[in-house]
Design a protein around this ligand. Structure first.
Ligand code: KG4
Ligand code: ZN
Length: 355
């Protein structure tokens, strides 16, 4: 095939095994398998179970992505893989698989940052992101406001991060307190449809005039919600789950969108990109849309299926790296379970840091 190579992306940092194929910014096909059901009865992801599920799923998922794209293994021209952050056993499986494909096919390998993948997911719908743009990343483990220039080349500037829990963690933990199923975010989203967000008063963390404008904190909000639930139960009443869900969702959506819009206006940047699993939340999507429209900001949010973990986003960032002429990773690329988000590529930086 002429032009840029087809990039295979492999994702295995948590409980989703994803494979995607992207060429020149175009998604050709992808597939995702999830071990979520196997973790549900434990109320959270069990790393050993996740790692074993990846072992079983990775080759079939790559094959399914190829089938959907109408391609064969020999069409792959480069391989990108999530090298961190994530669960170490889970990451090992994806990286080992990616190395095998790259070695067997004789194509370059790229180790990428999972969160940069989430950002790149936004390019698969609306094309390249403008330089600069403001990015709000909201996932199970991270909540950050970023200033992003050229995603494949430039360092990523953190305007603010969460000081404690991530937004997704707050959804998941409160859902557990409310006896909603795992994962909690989608369960809260569903329950909130029948609830009144005004029925329970919950705080808007770090939103005062003297608070850091772009930093987040969700552990106090989680505690406030837990106290309300305990108060109801000790008074002999079961908490009204839809009201609690709606109030929590509103507090998180209000806080996230207010700070994200402020980051855009303060920096004179007219594009906001919202990515990560929590960007699938219906209220966060609706409120961001409304506030961006009011402030004259263009909003970019990936399609629902590309918000939660998948391989297409890893292929997307791999494709950007390939086209920007980035140096491939060595075949002894190592995982970095707690990799900070500094650059999209984790390799060869991982080696540089160790050397
Ligand atoms: O990005 P992601 O798939 O995995 C990580 O990299 O962490 O995000 C998972 C998080 C979980 O906390 C999950 O509860 C949350 O995204 N999530 C949602 C929704 N869908 C997924 N949170 C709120 N509303 C949703 N609809
Ligand atoms: Zn993720």
């Amino acid at each position: 095939m002429a032009g840029s190579p087809v990039v295979l992306g492999i994702e295995s940092s948590c409980d989703e095994t994803g494979a995607g194929l992207v060429r020149d910014g175009v998604l050709l096909g992808h597939a995702v398998a999830s071990s979520m059901d196997e973790h549900a009865r434990f109320g959270g992801v069990v790393p050993e179970i996740a790692a074993r599920a990846h072992v079983h799923a990775v080759a079939p998922v790559v094959q399914e992505a190829l089938d959907r794209a109408g391609l064969v293994l020999a069409d792959i021209g480069a391989v990108a893989v999530t090298a961190g952050p994530g669960l170490s056993g889970a990451l090992q499986v994806g990286v080992a698989a990616a190395k095998s494909y790259a070695y067997a096919l004789g194509v370059p390998l790229y180790g990428v940052h999972h969160l940069a993948g989430h950002v790149a997911a936004a390019t698969l719908d609306g094309g390249p992101l403008p330089d600069p743009c403001i990015v709000l990343i909201v996932s199970g483990g991270h909540t950050s406001l970023l200033l992003v220039r050229d995603l494949a080349r430039d360092p990523i500037v953190h305007l603010g991060d969460t000081l404690d829990d991530a937004a997704g963690e707050c959804f998941d933990k409160v859902a557990r307190i409310l006896h909603l199923p795992y994962p909690g975010g989608p369960a809260i989203d569903r329950a909130a449809r029948d609830g009144d967000p005004e029925a329970v008063r919950l705080p808007r963390p770090l939103s005062g005039p003297d608070d850091p404008p772009y930093a987040f904190s969700f552990s106090g909000l989680k505690t406030a919600a837990a106290r309300w639930v305990e108060g109801q139960r000790s008074a002999g009443a079961e908490p009204h789950v839809p009201d609690a869900a709606a109030a929590l969702q509103e507090a998180i959506a209000d806080t996230l969108t207010r700070k994200a819009v402020r980051a855009c206006t303060d920096h004179g940047i007219d594009t906001l990109v919202v990515v990560g699993g929590v960007a699938a939340n219906s209220r966060i999507r609706a409120l961001t849309e409304q506030r961006c429209a009011a402030a004259g900001i263009t909003l970019r949010v990936p399609a629902l299926r590309l918000c939660t973990d998948n391989g297409a986003m890893i292929a997307a960032i791999g494709d950007l790296l390939v086209r920007s002429g980035a140096r491939p990773a060595p075949l002894d690329l190592s995982i970095d379970p707690s990799a900070p988000l500094e650059y999209a590529a984790l390799s060869p930086r991982v080696r540089d840091r160790v050397a």
